[in-house]
Design a protein around this ligand. Structure first.
Ligand code: CAA
Length: 241
């Protein structure tokens, strides 16, 4: 039987590539999304992957959304926490809501999504959780105290839950993408991208979403049970941990 996979933020950018790659591997995939109905409907029409709208920064929305998802597709066996936002600003100009939106969406979502599925995974003695962190959670990034803090938190969460879950056959891993060719990176001011970021990437180019999806497919496999609590960096050599 095909395993059931849920990808948050799965209708655009890196998440869409992950959802498509898992489908191509034979998983029964559903994609969560937060707000862009037009993109989600287009994605659904193109891929045949069902889409589910809820806000991952809300615990109640996640609990309710996962209930609907599981009623349609079955219990979540592979969870990819990919949904994320940026609200870049130097700290001396950052508004409290720019802080809290990023923390709640990029870090709070891991609790909100994992808590409702973890008991089922433990009972079934199988689970794969993949958290999409970021190079900027590893190295810090000017203009991103909020994002860097949340993404570093994702790595700590991953390591703690990996320890709690190992005996139950559940692996929990993080992937730290570098700068990937998505709308999020295209939103970085062009001069900053060209002057400050691209020259720091030894392979001389942005990553592609499919290159991150490849890492997820690897971690999600039944055969990857040895790998847990790990952080895979995929950043073109920009930063080594
Ligand atoms: N790396 C190095 N230097 C940077 C930089 C960066 N990423 N971002 C800004 N700077 C530099 C600017 O070039 C500028 O330098 P100069 O004074 O020499 O020209 C200086 O910092 C101030 O920048 P701004 O004039 O743009 O100041 P601002 O207050 O208007 O904006 C900012 C500051 C919010 C940091 C803005 O520059 C910005 O958005 N930078 C991009 C930050 C970034 O890298 N975000 C990553 C988004 S992609 C992502 O998050 C995905 C992922 O996981 C990797």
């Amino acid at each position: 039987m095909a395993r059931v996979a849920l990808v948050t933020g799965g209708t655009r950018g890196i998440g869409a590539a992950i959802a498509k790659a898992l489908k191509a591997e034979g998983y029964k995939v559903g994609a969560n999304y937060g707000g862009n109905d037009e993109a989600a409907n287009k994605f659904k029409a193109e891929t045949g992957i069902p889409v589910f709208k809820w806000d991952v920064s809300s615990y109640d929305a996640c609990a309710e959304g996962i209930k609907k998802f599981e009623a349609e597709l079955g219990p979540v066996e592979v969870l990819v926490n990919n949904a994320g936002i940026t609200r870049d600003a130097m700290l001396h100009r950052m508004k409290p809501e720019q802080w809290s939106e990023v923390i709640n969406t990029n870090l709070g979502s891991l609790f909100n999504m994992c808590r409702p599925v973890i008991e089922g995974m433990r009972a079934r003695k199988f689970g794969r959780i993949v958290n999409i962190s970021s190079i900027n959670g590893q190295k810090g990034q000017m203009g991103q105290t909020n994002y860097s803090a949340a993404k570093a938190g994702d790595i700590g969460f991953t390591k703690a839950l990996a320890q709690e879950s190992a005996k139950a056959g559940i692996t929990v891993n993080a992937i730290c993408p570098g700068y990937i060719n998505t709308e999020m990176v295209q939103a970085v001011p062009k001069d900053v991208l060209e002057k400050n970021i691209l020259p720091q990437i030894p392979i001389g180019r942005l990553g592609e979403p499919e290159e991150i999806a490849r890492c997820v497919v690897f971690l999600a496999a039944d055969a990857s049970g040895l790998i847990t609590g790990a952080t895979i960096t995929a950043n073109g050599g920009q930063y080594f941990t």
